[in-house]
Design a protein around this ligand. Sequence first.
Ligand SMILES: CC(C)(COP(=O)(O)OP(=O)(O)OC[C@H]1O[C@@H](n2cnc3c(N)ncnc32)[C@H](O)[C@@H]1OP(=O)(O)O)[C@@H](O)C(=O)NCCC(=O)NCCS
Length: 243
Amino acid sequence: MYELIPVADGPQYDKEAEQRFIEEWPEFIFHDEGVTPYRERRVEYFRDWEYYLVAEDRLIAGCWGVPIAWDGTVADLPGGFTDSLGRAVTSYEEGVVPNTFVLMAAAVRSDEQGRGHAGRVITAIRDRAVDKGLGQVIAPVRPTLKSRYPLTPIETFMTWTREDGLPLDPWLRTHVRLGATLLAPAPASQTMTGTVEDWEKWTKMLFPSTGTYTIPDGLTTLAIDRDADTGIYVEPNIWLRHA
Ligand SMILES: CC(C)(COP(=O)(O)OP(=O)(O)OC[C@H]1O[C@@H](n2cnc3c(N)ncnc32)[C@H](O)[C@@H]1OP(=O)(O)O)[C@@H](O)C(=O)NCCC(=O)NCCS
């Protein structure tokens, strides 16, 4: 039987989760400086919003999110991942009552992918959010297939569908099958900035000239400026809303 348990109740899975789930993301994802000021407070305030999916004492997946206040309009959506985090932490400190759960990330261990576990995770956390009084569930989704089309604008990519009408992107498709609708692009969901050397380390590539580069697992391109010794990558995501 599958069970969604709060991370605080499953310390025996922590080590494995750290290894298994970190390897699912490109290194640059962990270098968004906009996240840094909120990281510790997020864990402190919203520890109850971090879960493991386990089956017979085996760790299958993990997910986490944050509660925010949102008026249901596209105009009031956070800018994306980083902005959601900021809004959640700031609102908590100001005593704002949240009405919306933002599913920030989900990861299934690599040897269990493609078996519908993501659907189990999303359904379980969505039900949990509704039980806790958060009637609206949204997500700034990182469309996994977008890395194959780094030059395509996110606004265009999100309109691509298969013959059956479902999104071309498998991760968007999973959400849509579970009743989600595409709300809006989030063209600047996260911003990663580093020196040229940082980027060479994160991507295991070399950037000998100033210019624009495609990078492994990048949903868009990386702009390298050798004179300023910086590389800037602005990650686009897509806002989805669950029914
Ligand atoms: C995205 C992810 C959560 C999906 O979880 P999952 O349990 O494998 O999802 P499902 O079994 O429901 O499969 C969803 C779709 O993705 C496809 N898929 C699953 N694993 C895949 C893989 N490794 N490569 C390519 N496609 C894959 C499935 O075929 C399915 O597509 P379908 O509609 O044609 O059936 C999982 O692949 C993952 O953890 N990826 C790394 C972390 C990540 O990118 N998270 C999303 C951003 S927060």
